[in-house]
Design a protein around this ligand. Structure first.
Ligand SMILES: C[S@@+](CC[C@H](N)C(=O)[O-])C[C@H]1O[C@@H](n2cnc3c(N)ncnc32)[C@H](O)[C@@H]1O
Length: 295
């Protein structure tokens, strides 16, 4: 049987139905209880339990816009800061697994894997379009479709690093899958992120209480490192359209209005990129395994 990128992370994956360990036979994985999950032709594994009602994540257009925007390097300083924070806090004893929750196309996880030559990664995504891209983003990265709001199909204590970059976070599940010496590394936008375009283009604002919400959500985690990233990226009109189309504002801005509003902006436009990159360790009580992920 040919090797598959999934084989690198399979020991850490768990059946989303019963929590059992998984083995691969050709185009599918199974647990000992006989629950089976197909590996898509494009390389990703779907581990969605029947009860998930989360929808399908980002659309094909959003994912294509994200891939195009990120591929132009406008967020490279974010990837560099993230990689620096991850590598400086990485405990080799925590094992090789890096998990990117809502990891999109695998862009940030690929940068982290490049800097950690012994690590293996898994991109956890709801969107099949993002998972397809992540499945071929890096030779040591596997991609799986799963819902981060459900119990994660990952073994308890399996992750040396969990990444959460502009994505939804499920703190109890992150606590469960992190190794005791592991780190959660979060990238979240500052209130003035993209401020030159948010107003003129009617994009969704960063919620003013975002920091307080993050602190509440991660009350059982202690900050171990923090790196603010702030610069102005010179964006063309085309870049700005991709930036709007790749995020949640895509659902709120119609095409014609967007084209007209972008045409009124100077080109290039220096746009503020302002995010925080923060590493945490879990300091709450160790949780007993819930549903999936035991062992
Ligand atoms: C703003 S994007 C960030 C993607 C990536 N972290 C990046 O920065 O390039 C949010 C991502 O979360 C995914 N997503 C949304 N809800 C999800 C869920 N419940 N479980 C897993 N992924 C989810 C979307 O499909 C989308 O790719």
């Amino acid at each position: 049987m040919e090797t598959h990128r999934l084989d690198l992370v399979l020991p850490y994956l768990r059946c989303p139905v019963c929590g059992g360990a998984l083995g691969r036979r050709a185009g599918a994985v199974h647990c000992a209880a006989g629950h089976g999950f197909d590996i898509a032709r494009q390389g990703h594994l779907t581990l969605l339990a029947g009860g998930s009602r989360a929808g399908r994540g980002d659309t094909a257009d959003m994912v294509a816009a994200r891939a195009e925007f990120l591929g132009r390097g406008h967020y490279r300083p974010i990837a560099e800061a993230l990689t620096g924070v991850v590598t400086s806090g990485y405990a080799a004893g925590a094992g090789p697994l890096v998990v990117d929750l809502a990891g999109g196309t695998g862009h940030y996880l690929a940068a982290v894997l490049d800097a950690l030559p012994h690590a293996v990664g898994v991109d956890v995504e709801l969107s099949p379009y993002a998972a397809r891209r992540a499945a071929r983003a890096h030779p040591r990265m596997a991609a799986m479709r799963a819902d981060v709001w459900q119990p994660l199909p990952l073994a308890t204590g399996s992750a040396a690093v969990v990444l959460s970059v502009f994505g939804p976070r499920n703190a109890p599940e992150i606590a469960r899958v992190l190794h005791p010496d592991g780190r959660l590394v979060v990238v979240s936008p500052a209130p003035d992120h993209l401020r030159e375009i948010v107003g003129p283009l009617g994009m969704l604002d960063v919620a003013p209480d975002k920091d307080a919400r993050l602190a509440r959500q991660l009350a059982d985690f202690a900050v171990t490192a923090e790196e603010p990233v702030r610069y102005r990226a010179p964006l063309t009109h085309d870049d700005i359209v991709h930036e709007v189309r790749m995020g949640p504002s895509a659902h709120h801005v119609d095409d014609a209005a967007l084209t007209a509003a972008v045409a009124r902006l100077p080109e290039p436009l220096a746009v503020t990129v302002a995010v925080g990159v923060t590493a945490y360790r879990y300091v709450g009580g160790r949780q007993s395994p819930v549903g999936v992920g035991s062992g």
